[in-house]
Design a protein. Structure first.
Length: 489
């Protein structure tokens, strides 16, 4: 703005000066013609006329543009003749009325023009000192005003920017405090957040604050997830160590028995009857073989190996399992309930499903006293088939209920059981859960003193025909009557 004002003012003042120079040149021509008509004066006497400004310069110019005579009006109103050197600074100006700027030594800078009248060209000029002085004063004033304005604007901007950056300073302080938190170890919770007033999305500082809060949220969630992963890994390692220890113990016990009986047989027939020793070796070998087969089955299920698939009638599977359980444990009251409005058909491996039901019934026989009533039921509920095994025994301890389907989970946690048949290996329910999951189902356990229920839910096979549905009710009644008759009790 200051430069624009200076240039505009300079152009205006120079234009005004040029106009005055042109007027002075015309007046000089008029005065020259008057004097020529009266006394044929060839000098510069028209400068004596009243109205000539101080510093007005007049000169005679010949046809070659050389100044022959030149005078300037002094401060006291007189004229001073210019020297040859000063006149030389004015040479070369044509008489075409154009304006030129020339610097005359010892006199100053002038705006001059040459007009020709009656064949006598006359050079007329006015000094530019007034214009230059005015421009200098204007430049000085504009510089002072601009400097003061910039200083005020700088102060105002500094104050405004500092106030605007205060939220960013608080965001930076929050970031520093978060950076000092021990994020590398331990549980990290409650990290400082940027205040809500500094998270306004309408400002850049607010956007930074909101972004920092989101980042802190992500950091906390990531650290929490890392801690959960470490905890899961620790628990997995503990389960693995416990699994290896339990499996080693379960395998060591029959191996020790086999080695002991073999040693007795090696010492001679008088130590132990060979037939008895052979039976014990065979029994321990069968026990170890069953344990290894259970472990291999769990390993195959963990690997996701596919099972045989076919249409299986759960009612038949459960009925056979109940009859087998009655034959192996006549001290319990075994009951069967087939609550079927449609065939209980599922797609799966019949042998494995028989193993599931057999394990549940063996678990009930092993962990309940003689005289306990065990009710096994089958239901078909549309898209699912449900098998329930309910007993009125003492129940499962509450601290074992969450881990009852984990491997080597036993009510007796000691490894010094006198009779292995009393406690089992702790793999039966784990196999039940694994096989149920492999068939797309699930198993649940609920237990209170006096009532324990295991519930297996499997997806029903699609496409059961109306013929199967019509035959379901008589079959259900027949099986229920056979299982709950006097012989079953």
């Amino acid at each position: 703005m200051a430069l624009t004002s200076v240039f505009a003012q300079r152009a205006y003042l120079l234009g005004n000066l040029d106009h005055r120079v042109t007027d002075a040149a015309e007046r000089s021509q008029g005065g020259l013609q008057t004097r020529a008509g009266q006394e044929r004066d060839t000098g510069l006497g028209f400068l004596d006329e009243r109205g000539q400004a101080v510093g007005t310069l007049a000169a005679r110019v010949d046809d070659q543009g050389t100044v022959t005579a030149a005078e300037v009006v002094t401060q006291d109103g007189g004229q001073r003749t210019l020297t040859a050197a000063q006149r030389a600074a004015l040479d070369g100006i044509t008489a075409d009325g154009t304006l030129h700027t020339r610097t005359v030594p010892g006199v100053g800078t002038y705006r001059v023009t040459v007009l020709g009248g009656d064949g006598i060209p006359v050079l007329t000029g006015l000094p530019t000192s007034e214009v230059q002085d005015m421009i200098r004063r204007l430049v000085m004033i504009e510089s002072l005003v601009a400097g003061a304005g910039l200083a005020v604007a700088g102060c105002v901007c500094a104050v405004v920017i500092r106030r605007q950056l205060r939220p960013l300073g608080r965001v930076a302080a929050t970031a520093v405090e978060v950076s000092r938190a021990p994020l590398g170890h331990g549980e990290v919770t409650g990290l400082v957040r940027v205040p809500d007033r500094d998270t306004d999305p309408a400002s850049e500082a607010g956007q930074v604050g909101a972004a920092l809060n989101r980042m802190i949220d992500h950091v906390e969630s990531s650290l929490a997830q890392r801690l959960r992963g470490e905890e899961q890994l620790r628990r997995s390692e503990e389960r693995m160590r416990r699994f290896v220890a339990d499996a080693s113990h379960e395998l060591r016990t029959p191996l020790a028995s086999i080695a002991g009986y073999a040693e007795l047989m090696n010492r001679g027939a008088g130590k132990i009857e060979p037939t008895l020793a052979w039976r014990r070796v065979s029994a321990e070998s069968a026990r170890m073989t069953g344990l290894v087969e259970d472990l291999l089955l769990l390993a195959r299920l963990d690997e996701g190996r596919p099972l045989q698939s076919g249409e299986v009638d759960l009612a038949a599977v459960v009925t056979e399992a109940v009859w087998d359980a009655r034959a192996g444990g006549d001290g319990h009251n075994w009951q069967l309930a087939l609550l079927l409005d449609a065939p209980a058909l599922v797609l799966g491996d019949q042998a494995r499903l028989q193993q599931v039901v057999a394990n549940l019934l063996a678990n009930a026989r092993m962990h309940t006293p003689v005289g306990t009533t065990v009710v096994t039921s089958v239901e078909a509920t549309g898209a699912h088939c449900v098998v329930r095994v309910i007993d009125d025994g003492p129940g499962i301890p509450q601290h074992l209920l969450p881990t009852v389907f984990e491997r080597f989970t036993r009510g007796d946690t000691s490894r010094s059981r006198g009779d292995p048949a009393q406690g089992g290996s702790g793999l039966g329910l784990a196999i039940v859960a694994a096989i149920s999951a492999a068939h797309g189902g699930r198993v649940q356990a609920e237990s209170v003193p006096g009532r324990t229920e295991f519930r297996i839910e499997l997806p029903a096979a699609q496409g059961a025909t109306a013929e199967h549905a019509g035959a379901a009710e008589p079959a259900a009644r027949f099986r229920a009557a056979d299982a709950t008759g006097p012989a079953g009790r």
